[in-house]
Design a binder for this molecule. Sequence first.
Ligand SMILES: Nc1ncnc2c1ncn2[C@@H]1O[C@H](COP(=O)(O)OP(=O)(O)OP(=O)(O)O)[C@@H](O)[C@H]1O
Ligand SMILES: O=C(O)C1=C[C@@H](O)[C@@H](O)[C@H](O)C1
Ligand SMILES: [Mg+2]
Length: 171
Amino acid sequence: MKQLYLIGFMGSGKTTVGRSIKEQYGIDYIDLDEAIEGRLHKRIVDIFKEEGEEAFRTYETETLKALKTTPIIATGGGIIERSENISYMKENGIIIYLKTSFDTIKLRLTRDQSRPLWKDEKQNKALFDKRNKIYEYSAGYIVHCDNRTTKEIIEEIVSLYRYKGILDSED
Ligand SMILES: Nc1ncnc2c1ncn2[C@@H]1O[C@H](COP(=O)(O)OP(=O)(O)OP(=O)(O)O)[C@@H](O)[C@H]1O
Ligand SMILES: O=C(O)C1=C[C@@H](O)[C@@H](O)[C@H](O)C1
Ligand SMILES: [Mg+2]
């Protein structure tokens, strides 16, 4: 069975969607950020502060590659910063982009201090525009998330998961 990788900008809902799929459908999921924190016994914000972004990116790639059996993986927003991660995900599964507009993201993250790369408006917008293109060309499937409930989004993803599951079993 191929794995489903959820990608998207910070706040697009990857963790929320992965968690809800597990709760509602019993399909196992893992959050890459949580897996990194568990492995290092350190919060992401502290990894960035004490070791810097490059060290975090190395942990992120190592942890991504260690998760070989979990069917659904919610990645971190910066997973596409390394092209080797994109190639790895394309080879091993299906990449789903949770496409969410910058305005929606802004509303969700305004008061959230847990994301070290969510900074001032100009930097956030520049990062969003740069990454949006990379998410789009990396994705095998795009789920539009603006003005949609988590329930609607997960129904679309689970249909895809089941469809792809059937195709894989016929390989
Ligand atoms: N469909 C939705 N409608 C409304 N709010 C949502 C929806 N999906 C997620 N949210 C809210 O947006 C916020 C960010 O969601 P979440 O943490 O799941 O994003 P993420 O993509 O995992 O971010 P990161 O890349 O930083 O890990 C949370 O407060 C969550 O409750
Ligand atoms: O967008 C990013 O680069 C990040 C998003 C989060 O999920 C974490 O992986 C970390 O804060 C970096
Ligand atoms: Mg997350």
